[in-house]
Design a protein around this ligand. Structure first.
Ligand code: 5AD
Ligand code: FES
Length: 349
């Protein structure tokens, strides 16, 4: 392979920062990815061995006050059949998940004002008091410092908030005017300061994304040093203004996962549902290039297909137990093993 590309990969793996132009070369240029993938897997196995962590994803509400242009459950999409789970139903999903071996629960939802600070605080307390051996991850969007703090003090361990893009102008092309890039960045800084294990991330191949945008994502992530990084291909949703845009590709997403593994050696990186949606073996392929987490769906079956961020999302009909068994087989087919564990990040550890 090109000696300069190899040198860039080696420098990255040795913890050096790369310039924007160097990142652009590494991301854009066509080269044999064997060396990159081998290095990424070696790093992943150095810190996490063959273990894969599972997170039980509970999609608590598809109401959202936001209008992100790419997102299927955006406010203006009148075709969505809206639902919100009751607290009892959420706790039922947690009980079911615990029995299936989950030790992390992710409460994810649109920005639904009916899940206010008090309600989420009470939910977190209930889950943590019943299952003190479990981690609770929240993924409920942009809030004030004090809300994040209250939830953390109630026992929430982690927070997922994808930055979506580290390029301010690109951010403005993906979101309506009322959404502010700097507020999102403020949220991520607040979460880190409070003490959460924090996850950021972006879509690969989103509309108007350039290689320079991806290069900025990589530089931002290297500086921010998050505990978790979620990425997946952009997939168009028929009822959004981006319905006519091309999807991101499996190949580019895999390349970015491997580069992320070299950039943030100890981070938790999921093989996402979106990756499994663009290719039948997408999640397995993600695990084979450096990902170490999978997040099966624990939401009640009758709401699964309503949480439709993009078209053709997989696993919408499956019961949680079937999902877990299917994933176990898939993970084992590529030489890894799902473990019953909170699966904390080793970043800063
Ligand atoms: N395609 C792929 N990913 C999407 N997300 C939202 N809409 C789409 C889409 N059309 C991602 C965003 C968001 C996460 C929950 O899902 O990155 O942060
Ligand atoms: Fe709010 Fe997608 S626009 S979750």
């Amino acid at each position: 392979m090109d000696i300069q590309i190899k040198d860039l990969i080696d420098r990255l793996a040795d913890g050096h920062s790369l310039s924007i132009d160097e990142w652009i070369r590494l991301i854009e240029e066509k080269y044999d990815t064997t060396y990159l993938y081998e290095k990424a897997v070696a790093v992943r196995e150095k810190y996490y061995g063959k273990e894969v962590f599972i997170r039980g994803l509970i999609e608590i509400s598809n109401y959202c006050k936001n209008n992100c242009t790419y997102c299927g459950i955006r406010r203006d999409n009148n075709a969505v059949d809206r639902y919100r789970l009751t607290d009892d139903l959420i706790l039922e999903c947690v009980d079911n998940g615990y029995d299936l071996g989950f030790r992390t629960f992710v409460l994810q939802g649109g920005e639904d004002l009916s899940f206010d600070t008090n309600r989420v605080e009470a939910l977190v307390k209930t889950i943590k008091s019943k299952y003190s051996d479990c981690a609770v991850t929240l993924s409920l969007g942009e809030k004030d410092y004090d809300d994040y703090l209250r939830w953390f003090e109630a026992g929430a361990d982690r927070y997922l908030l994808r930055h979506e893009t580290a390029d301010c102008d690109h951010y403005a092309k993906l979101h309506p005017k009322e959404m502010d890039f700097y507020n999102r960045m403020r949220c991520l800084q607040d979460l880190m300061k409070i003490g959460y294990q924090v996850g950021c991330g972006f879509m690969v191949g989103s509309p108007y994304q350039t290689t320079e945008c991806l290069a900025k994502d990589m530089q931002f992530i290297q500086n921010f040093n998050p505990h978790m990084i979620g990425i997946g291909p952009f997939i168009s949703h028929k009822d959004t203004p981006f319905s006519e845009f091309e999807n991101g590709t499996l190949e580019m997403t895999l390349k970015m996962i491997a580069l992320l593994r070299l950039t943030c050696r100890k981070a938790l990186i999921p093989a996402t549902t979106a990756l499994g949606t663009v290719a039948p073996d997408g999640r397995e392929r993600g695990l084979m290039v450096g990902a170490n987490v999978v997040m099966p769906n624990l939401s009640p079956t009758n709401v699964r297909d309503k949480y439709s961020l993009y078209d053709n999302k997989i696993c919408t009909g499956e019961e949680a137990a079937e999902c877990v068994n299917c994933l176990k087989r898939r993970v084992e087919s590529v030489g890894y093993k799902i473990v019953v564990s909170r699966g904390d990040s080793k970043v800063n550890g």
